[in-house]
Design a protein around this ligand. Structure first.
Ligand code: HEC
Ligand code: HEC
Ligand code: HEC
Length: 414
């Protein structure tokens, strides 16, 4: 995006190069090192929270050996080799150098790193957590693999200008007016989770618009939906649903995670429940709409979903029932128009379900027309859709939980 480059150049001229000078190099650290097992395990979980693997592993490449293309509006930047290989990886990086990379976005030689590496979020991570990540990475298999050359028209010195304007280093500061769980969630979401890297809109220079945090952003040509009060989710997120979604990539009444989000939920499936619950607590608190408004949204969405099922039911009705029941009793072979029967208006779908399953056979010896039995001819889902459709025809409010009734009936509940 040329305009971005031009703007950055302009910014560099206006701001001057003050504050953007490269930093000093940090001397090589001693290696190999050993770390307590508990610290390595904790680092593994934190690495999942930060999706380190995804950005630092090429397709079919060795884990953490880099070479991953990350497309930005400014060009393609490659994830680097962060295995402990001494020559091509970070094997010679001391904890100090590693901490400086995450907290300040500067490599061991003192050069500015491109913010495609989300250090504007990782800067919030505590020393203790950074040390655990370090322990985890330093105990991975060292892989000898040279870093790929970036294709970005922006010199690293300009990144220094960008940082002086848009980057505020510093560990997460708790908000004492909020609960411990909320603060933990905010720490994880704003820090390692770097959710805002995708879910917050960016300005022309690629910096997140802090005033519009979580208002929805763009990534790899996907839209990452708003997670605040502007959330387009038809059924507003609850803490329970969001926790379930982050763990499984799918939640009741919500879609399955897709595109760039799929890798995120895949990683989060390896994170402990209490951390996910804290993150969900924080995210849901960003939706400042009133409970009444949220409930109203949910009800309207569920009603629209019900109509879709009713449309399915309509198709089944046309195929299985209309021949007789659209004609009325006056005609030969015709039967009652169903909105005239009480099976549709009673408070439970069971009567209707039993009639459809068993039919109505006239008593022995008596003549008369009969209603055929459909047992075994409709799946539970088809029967559910049909019941929802017929109920809607009755003009009454929907039956609660038709699907569960149908399941119970099919399991032999009389
Ligand atoms: C969204 C992609 C992305 C994620 C997620 C990410 N990184 Fe990176 N990282 C990068 C890119 C790109 C670079 C190289 C930046 C550059 O060349 O200026 C980088 C550079 C680094 C460096 C500097 C290495 C060097 O050779 O200069 C370290 C250390 C690092 N990342 C560690 C991590 C850790 C630890 C995590 C997980 C907590 C992580 N990264 C997650 C994209 C990412
Ligand atoms: C790499 C970019 C990226 C990151 C990082 C990311 N997301 Fe997403 N997210 C997306 C995209 C794109 C979508 C839309 C596709 C989809 O619905 O699966 C999405 C969808 C979602 C949804 C579903 C929204 C809805 O209303 O249906 C939720 C919830 C969500 N993300 C939460 C998070 C949280 C919490 C984090 C941080 C732990 C996070 N995301 C990190 C890109 C990202
Ligand atoms: C071959 C013709 C035929 C078909 C097909 C048929 N029915 Fe019937 N149905 C009848 C007859 C005949 C009766 C009993 C006499 C009457 O009601 O007119 C009946 C009765 C019923 C009743 C009891 C209420 C009433 O009208 O007496 C319900 C409810 C019902 N049918 C639902 C259905 C549904 C739902 C389907 C489709 C899955 C269906 N029927 C398919 C012929 C049919």
């Amino acid at each position: 995006m040329i305009s971005g480059v031009a703007l950055l150049t302009a910014l560099a001229i206006v701001t001057g190069f003050s504050g953007c000078a490269s930093r000093g190099a940090i001397a090589p650290g001693a290696q190999p090192q050993s770390f307590p097992r508990g610290q390595v395990a904790k680092g593994a979980e934190l690495a999942h929270l930060g999706n380190c693997l995804g950005c630092h592993t090429a397709v079919d490449g060795k884990p953490y050996a880099g070479g991953t293309p990350i497309k930005t509006p400014f060009g393609t930047i490659y994830g680097t080799n962060i295995t402990p290989d001494a020559d091509t990886g970070i094997g010679r990086w001391s904890l100090e150098a590693f901490t400086r990379a995450l907290r300040e976005g500067v490599d061991r030689d003192g050069r500015h790193l491109y913010p495609a590496f989300p250090y504007d979020h990782f800067t919030k991570v505590t020393d203790e957590d950074i040390a655990a990540l370090y322990a985890f990475l330093m105990t991975r298999e060292p892989v000898r693999q040279e870093n790929r050359t970036n294709r970005v028209p922006i010199p690293r010195a300009f990144v220094g200008v960008w940082k002086s304007r848009y980057f505020t280093p510093g560990v997460y500061q708790p908000d004492s007016s909020r609960s411990a769980e909320w603060n933990r969630g905010a720490y994880l979401v704003q820090g390692l989770g770097h959710c805002g890297a995708c879910h917050t809109p960016r300005n022309k220079l690629g910096a997140e618009e802090k005033d519009a945090a979580f208002a929805g952003g763009e990534v790899e040509r996907w839209h990452a939906p708003a997670l605040n009060a502007a959330s387009p989710s038809p059924v507003p997120w609850t803490v329970e649903a969001l926790q379930q979604y982050l763990r499984h990539g799918i939640a009741d009444l919500h879609a399955m995670s897709a595109g760039p989000m799929q890798e995120v939920t895949h990683d989060l499936s390896k994170v402990a429940d209490d951390a996910l619950r804290a993150m969900a607590t924080y995210i849901v608190s960003l939706d400042t709409r009133s409970d009444a408004e949220r409930r109203q949204h949910a009800a309207a969405a569920l009603e629209r979903a019900g109509k879709m099922r009713a449309m399915q039911g309509n198709t089944i009705y046309d195929g299985a029932c209309a021949d007789c029941h659209n004609r009325g009793r006056a005609e030969e072979g015709g039967a009652l128009e169903l909105p005239l029967g009480t099976a549709l208006t009673v408070p439970t779908p069971r009567n209707l379900a039993y009639i459809i399953r068993d039919g109505i056979v006239p008593p022995e010896g008596e003549r008369g027309s009969w209603m055929p039995a459909f047992a075994g001819m409709l799946t539970n889902e088809q029967l559910t859709d049909l019941l929802i459709y017929l109920r809607a025809l009755s003009g009454q409010s929907a039956w609660p939980d038709v699907a569960r009734e149908v399941r119970n009936i099919s399991r032999g509940d009389q």
